[in-house]
Design a protein around this ligand. Structure first.
Ligand SMILES: Cc1cc2nc3c(=O)[nH]c(=O)nc-3n(C[C@H](O)[C@H](O)[C@H](O)COP(=O)(O)O)c2cc1C
Length: 422
């Protein structure tokens, strides 16, 4: 696991009720070995005092942009240059809006604009504020501008509401930082890591025809698979995306092959997987298809109150790819969407299907998984025949999560090349 030893982290605190958790976060960052300097918005000081953060960080807390005394010491530009990582926690809706529009009307926003450090934010707000189209727009803009958003979490809120908007717990924020530190602190690797690799990804649902106008399908939106394709192509990989029917644009640089049924997806996967380094089965493939597809549209009749469809088993795409001969078999990553006993089911699937890694999601959580823009994941991988390795990735946008998942895939792929027996 990476460490934060000696990393220069600027902790930005804005005026949310979760600001009290920033004290614990500052402590944890220090404990992990980071140098921490704190900048607070004016409003944040109504929630927690600079003195508390000064005591925990061991550094003077900066709160004001137009402060001649502070500017005589480490001025705001020097502070912006000093930071290797800007971590804003909590990030209010207001701060997100100001940053998304490039404002520089206080110290924190000015630093964010003046610094080329890595930028991470843990948003925190009331669920209605988070769901508001303006905030969602700002979140997307921030991600396009290079921010990584961690969370928010969903659940009980300080205001009594229930839903998405809670700041992630400080321990979870630290864990996520540790999980992605290698990519955060080695930006020059960002486009080079996957160069020369061919990644095949399946995404979206499949459609199993009943008759010429009807089909069986599921709620998969394809967002996670598309986000993975985008993350992989950004890292320099050649990406082939085998997509079920979705209403998403193809990410630039990705080669897309459209399919409908599980059988078509299987055939395309089998063909492309042999020439790939990594196969990621992210599609929600129908387990069964209709055994006899009607040639003509089925008609409702007055005589019959029911209709029975006989289903036949579809090929298990990911298991078939995992069972390929070692010489042509890629590194195989599966997905598991579960509504209970997540880890146990995922572990079983990993081992039973002979996968190298599995990305498990709990789709019973509100606002996460199918159709949603956010997801959380538990990664399990086969670790040299010993018990599976594991890493938890907290709720975040599917784009940010996809980068973290892809990062982990590259790590494990490298490890598997270094360990011939695995
Ligand atoms: C008691 C209280 C709690 C608040 N909690 C939040 C919050 O959790 N998230 C948020 O986005 N705004 C919250 N607000 C509103 C912000 O404080 C307000 O938008 C402020 O202008 C943000 O300032 P800043 O972005 O400069 O820190 C809260 C306001 C009050 C009075």
């Amino acid at each position: 696991m990476s460490t934060l030893l000696g990393k220069r982290i600027l902790l930005g605190i804005s005026a949310g009720i979760a600001a009290y958790k920033s004290a614990q976060l500052a402590r944890l960052l220090k404990k992990a070995g980071a140098e921490v300097r704190v900048v607070m918005t004016e409003g944040a000081q109504a929630f927690i005092t600079p003195l508390t953060l000064q005591a925990l960080s061991g550094e003077t807390v900066r709160t004001s942009l137009l402060d001649p005394e502070a500017e005589a010491g480490m001025g705001h530009i020097e502070l912006a240059r000093w930071a290797e990582l800007i971590l804003v926690a909590p990030g209010t809706a207001d701060l997100m809006a100001r940053l998304a529009h490039g404002h520089a009307d206080d110290l924190l926003t000015t630093l964010c604009l003046a610094s080329d450090a890595e930028r991470v934010m843990a948003p925190a707000m009331n669920q209605a504020m988070w769901r508001h189209p303006a905030t969602q727009r700002n979140a997307r803009q921030l991600e396009d501008d290079g921010w990584r958003l961690l969370g928010p979490d969903a659940g009980d809120q300080a205001c009594g509401d229930i839903g998405p908007g809670r700041m992630l717990e400080p321990e979870t924020i630290l864990e996520s930082l540790l999980a992605v530190t290698s990519s955060l602190f080695a930006p020059s690797r960002a486009t080079a890591d996957a160069r020369g690799l061919t990644i095949v990804i399946t995404a979206g649902p499949t459609r199993e025809a009943i008759d010429p106008v009807r089909y069986l399908s599921n709620h998969s939106s394809g967002k996670m698979g598309y986000a993975l394709a985008e993350a992989a192509v950004r890292r320099g990989a050649t990406v082939k995306l085998i997509s079920g029917p979705v209403s998403l644009d193809t990410p630039p640089g990705v080669e897309r092959l459209d399919v409908e049924s599980a059988q078509e997806m299987f055939e395309a996967s089998r063909r492309l997987a042999e020439q790939s380094d990594v196969f990621i089965g992210c599609a929600a493939v129908a387990d069964y298809r209709v055994e006899h597809v009607a040639e003509h549209k089925l008609k409702k009749t007055a005589e019959r109150d029911d209709l029975t469809l006989k289903l036949a088993k579809n090929p298990d795409i990911i298991a078939e790819i995992a069972a390929l001969d070692r010489r042509i078999r890629p590194f195989v990553v599966g997905f598991a969407a579960e509504t209970r006993d997540l880890e146990a089911y995922a572990r079983d699937k990993l081992l039973r299907k002979g996968l190298d890694m599995i990305v498990a999601n709990d789709v019973s959580q509100e606002g996460l998984g199918f159709g949603a823009d956010h997801n959380a994941a538990l990664l399990l991988w086969r670790d040299d025949d010993r018990s599976p390795g594991r890493r938890e990735l907290p709720a975040q946008t599917k784009q940010t999560l996809a980068s973290a998942v892809f990062e982990a895939i590259l790590e494990r792929l490298t490890a598997s090349h270094e360990t011939p027996s695995s």
